[in-house]
Each structure stands twice: as structure tokens, then as C-alpha cells.
Write a protein that binds this ligand. Structure first.
Ligand SMILES: Nc1ncnc2c1ncn2[C@@H]1O[C@H](COP(=O)(O)OP(=O)(O)OP(=O)(O)O)[C@@H](O)[C@H]1O
Ligand SMILES: N[C@@H](Cc1ccc(O)cc1)C(=O)O
Length: 467
């Protein structure tokens, strides 16, 4: 593992550090940080008085630490920590959520956080963890992606984090200034030895000068944030180690300060060992524009038993004792299947999509459960319509024989099939079984005059909107 010279990499595994409940930064408790050291009413959102690094270690959220005294520094006074996000897509995904969760832990322990948008670095492309050059993004895409990610970070972190964009300082930095003020302090030998560069140099394609310089851009961000915002800690996924230590080196050389630290967390992987990302397809997007809260909830609900406890530790703020009790109960008789998954899905959906998003996810889950008889209202159907096929029909077509409607909305290929399905008890309107093939759909069946839900069998659904 590469090290920023003079720094120690402390690899941790989850769960072996004993907890300390001593109160930190006592002088601040009663003033600007009042309220931080208390338990909130919900057991799932605990404001803690413990050392944030210890908490992260116990939850399996520490891969390596650069800087022996980080833990002590976190005890002494509130510090500022940052995590960067390059705008490589319009939304972040479940893997990126770890960085947000770690920032939130720092917040909850009384520290301050900065979420950095990589408006500049996104134009260069981080070679970390990549086996080929990143495609150059056009300005419009970078702008759209930056806005999408900014909105997401602000929403999830509820305006508690300061959100900055590194384009704001890079756009005014001339090449000459960069080479003289930053480049002069960077050693090519150290840069070439970074894992991200070594791996690419070993391949035929090699690495462009542009991506080779990426570590200096991220490194200088740390210098800038240290100088102008007092940020002394950078966090990131384990693949960010080289960039983070590059920043610590630059802080030492440019600012003659040795109190900059780094902390990396392990990459979140699926049960098959592949990482939650966006290249491998099926990204679990955090933005509801790309994945509805219902589908997001369902992804988490589908976590296998073998991973659910680890995910609860890493992705939620549920207390460890509660998670341990849940783990124990899973092997006991009487355990209701998926209790742990339900808790995971609820907690993470609430964190990402808020109470309203969770409510929507639960409503749709309930309404779409095979054979559900949930009474539907307009908001439930509206929520469902994001997740099941829908069509728009004139009310004159909707009102009339249900058999006709089954055909006109595309749920059944013919009236004969629709009749047979009704005889078999397989057609539902607004989750109520249709038991007479002669049934006429009335105006009153159209919920709020806007839509109705038809189902054929347990899984085939169609939202019919009135156009
Ligand atoms: N599964 C993950 N677990 C933890 N952190 C992750 C995960 N995936 C990405 N990250 C963090 O988010 C940063 C940005 O991710 P990056 O854009 O490099 O790749 P990605 O979004 O995972 O996409 P891809 O799937 O294309 O590799 C990474 O450097 C990494 O630190
Ligand atoms: N390199 C990080 C993003 C980042 C950008 C700038 C920074 O200063 C820090 C982090 C990534 O790929 O996700």
C-alpha cells in the first residue's frame, strides 16, 4: 500500500474495537454544538458522543487510515472532513452512499462536513479503479450531472454539509501557476508508484498525461480546502487511497502542516463479490428520477441473509446492539423471514428518500404485493404508476364492460381471454376481484376521476389514466 511519507496506514476490520462513551470536546457541549450529544427520539438516529473513528471501525467502515493521530484529533475538537464526488452520472448510486453515510457519522459526532462536487476533476477523469481511460464528457453533461448530484447531496445530508465545487478554484488556476506552485512539489516517482497509475502502465493502452495528473488535482483540492475552509480530513472509498495520500503530502509540502488525515472505507460489494457501481449494469441509483423509492426499497429488501447484517452495519445508523440482537434472532426458531431485510430497506430508504419516500415505497409495496386487497386511493395509484405500465384512455372507453377495458388497455389479448381470466378469478380492479364477466366499469370506479388499476393474475398490472 502506498503511504504518504511519514503516515501510517492502519488497516481495520469490523467489530473489534471496544466502545468508549467519554464525552468529547466538553468545552463546546453547551454552546454551538449543543444538541449534538443527545439521543433523538428515534432509536435509528442516535446523536452520539463517541469517537467517530471508533464508531466507523466497529461498523466495518474503515479500510485504512492515513495519520496515526486521527482518532485523537477527533477527540480533541470538532474537525472538518470532506468527501469528493465526480459528476460522472446524473445520480449517485448505492456504492457512493457509503461516503455520504460516513460524512453523516462525522456530523452526528459533532464534526463539520464538506461534500465536494468534482466539476473540475470530472473534466479530467479519475484513473483509480479503472482499467481504461474515461471518456471526455461535454460541458452540458458535466453541468447536468453536477446539478443532479448537488441536489441529491443537499437533500440527503439535509443542508448540514457545506457543498462546494472544485471548478470554482480550478477555473482560475493557470497552467503556469499550477506547474510552478503545485507541480514543483510533486515527485514523478511517487506519482508513478500510485496503484491507479501502476495498474494502467502495466496495460498496453497505458495512461494519458491528463489522467496521470488527476492525483495532483485531487491532492491540491485538499490543500485548498485546508487553507480556505480548515478541512483536515478527507474520506473516500478504498480506491481513493492514492489520491488522498497525495493530498496529505501536498498539505505538508505546501503548507508545512502535518495534521491532515485520510480515511478510506471498503467498497460495498454484492453477494457475488462485484462492487455496487454503475458500469456493471443495474446501478441502484439514489435519485428518484432514475429509480423510484419503491424499486430502491425492493433492491435492499432483496439483500441475501448472508449480507444483510453487514449492510445494516455499514449503511444504517441503527445501534450495533440492536443489529446484533437481530442477527441472533435470525438463527432462532420463530424468526419471521426478511425481518432484517425489512429493517435495512426501511432505514436506507428513509435516509435517501426521506419519510415521504419511504411511505411511498411502502404504499406501493403493499398495493403491488401479489393478491393484495389494499384499498387504493389516488396517491397510491399515482405512486404505483411510476413502477408499473400505464396507458391513457378516454373515459368513454374506460366506462363500460370490464371485458372491453381489459382488451383496450392491453391487459388481455382478446375478450375471450379476458372472460376466461375473470372466470378463473384472475382479474382485479382497484385490487378488488372481478367475479362477474358482465361487470360494467362505472365513473365511480375511476379514483378521483383520474385513474384506476387493473390486474391480470398476481403480477400483471396496468394503471389506466383518464386522458
Ligand atoms: N461500491 C462502492 N462502495 C464504496 N464506495 C464506492 C463504491 N463504488 C464507488 N465508490 C466510491 O465512489 C467513487 C466514485 O465512483 P466511480 O465514478 O469511480 O465509479 P463508480 O460510480 O463505481 O462507477 P463504475 O461502476 O463505472 O466503476 C469511487 O472512487 C469510490 O471511492
Ligand atoms: N476522485 C473522486 C472524486 C473526488 C474529486 C475531487 C476531490 O478533491 C476528492 C474526490 C472519485 O472519483 O470519486
Amino acid at each position: 500500500m502506498e503511504l504518504a511519507s511519514g503516515y501510517v496506514a492502519l488497516s481495520r476490520s469490523a467489530g473489534f474495537v471496544t466502545s468508549s462513551s467519554s464525552c468529547h470536546f466538553p468545552a463546546l457541549v453547551s454552546s454551538s454544538f449543543s444538541g449534538i450529544f443527545s439521543h433523538s427520539s428515534s432509536s435509528s438516529s442516535v446523536r452520539c458522543r463517541r469517537n467517530v473513528v471508533e464508531i466507523l471501525e466497529q461498523r466495518g467502515l474503515v479500510e485504512s487510515i492515513a495519520g496515526e493521530s486521527l482518532k485523537k484529533a477527533c477527540d480533541e475538537k470538532p474537525i472538518k472532513v470532506y468527501c469528493g464526488f465526480d459528476p460522472t452520472a446524473e445520480s449517485l448510486h448505492l456504492g457512493n452512499l457509503l461516503g455520504i453515510v460516513v460524512l453523516e457519522w462525522f456530523q452526528r459526532c459533532g464534526h463539520e462536513t464538506v461534500a465536494l462536487l468534482g466539476g473540475a476533476t470530472g473534466r479530467i477523469g479519475d484513473p483509480s479503479g479503472k482499467s481504461a481511460e474515461r471518456p471526455v464528457m461535454d460541458e452540458a453533461t458535466i453541468e447536468k450531472n453536477t446539478q443532479g448530484i448537488q441536489a441529491l447531496l443537499t437533500e440527503i445530508l439535509q443542508q448540514k454539509a457545506v457543498v462546494l465545487n472544485n471548478y470554482d478554484w480550478w477555473k482560475e488556476f493557470s497552467l503556469l501557476e499550477f506547474l510552478r506552485d503545485v507541480g514543483k512539489f510533486a515527485r514523478v516517482g511517487t506519482m508513478v508508484a500510485k496503484e491507479s497509475v501502476k495498474r494502467r502502465l502495466a496495460l498496453e493502452e497505458g495512461i494519458s498525461f491528463t489522467e496521470f495528473t488527476y492525483q495532483l488535482l485531487q491532492g491540491y483540492d485538499f490543500v485548498h480546502l485546508y487553507k480556505s475552509n480548515g478541512v483536515s480530513v478527507q474520506i473516500g472509498g478504498s480506491d481513493q487511497w492514492g489520491n488522498i495520500t497525495a493530498g496529505i503530502d501536498l498539505v505538508r509540502k505546501l503548507l508545512q502542516r502535518d495534521d491532515a488525515y485520510g480515511l478510506t472505507f471498503p467498497l460495498l460489494v454484492k453477494s457475488d463479490g462485484t462492487k455496487f457501481g454503475k458500469s456493471e449494469g443495474g446501478a441502484v441509483w439514489l435519485s428518484s428520477k432514475f429509480l423510484s423509492p419503491y424499486h430502491f426499497y425492493q433492491h435492499l429488501f432483496a439483500t441475501p441473509d448472508s449480507d444483510v447484517i453487514k449492510m445494516l452495519r455499514m449503511l444504517t445508523f441503527v445501534e450495533l446492539e440492536e443489529i446484533e440482537a437481530l442477527e441472533k434472532s435470525m438463527s432462532e426458531p420463530g424468526y419471521v423471514a426478511n425481518t432484517a431485510q425489512r429493517r435495512l430497506a426501511e432505514e436506507v430508504t428513509r435516509f435517501v428518500h426521506g419519510e415521504d419516500g419511504l411511505e411511498e415505497a411502502l404504499k406501493v409495496t403493499q398495493a403491488l404485493a401479489p393478491g393484495s386487497t389494499t384499498t387504493l386511493d389516488w396517491t397510491a395509484i399515482e405512486a404505483i404508476s411510476k413502477d408499473v405500465p400505464s396507458c391513457t384512455l378516454d373515459s368513454s372507453i374506460v366506462v363500460g364492460p370490464v371485458v372491453d377495458l381489459c382488451v383496450s388497455c392491453g391487459l388481455a389479448p382478446s375478450k375471450a381471454v379476458a372472460r376466461r381470466l375473470i372466470k378463473q378469478g384472475g382479474i382485479y380492479m382497484n385490487n378488488a376481484k372481478v367475479d362477474d364477466e358482465r361487470l360494467l366499469v362505472a365513473e365511480s370506479d375511476i379514483i378521483d376521476g383520474k385513474m384506476l388499476l387493473l390486474s391480470a393474475g398476481k403480477k400483471n398490472k396496468m394503471v389506466v389514466r383518464i386522458g
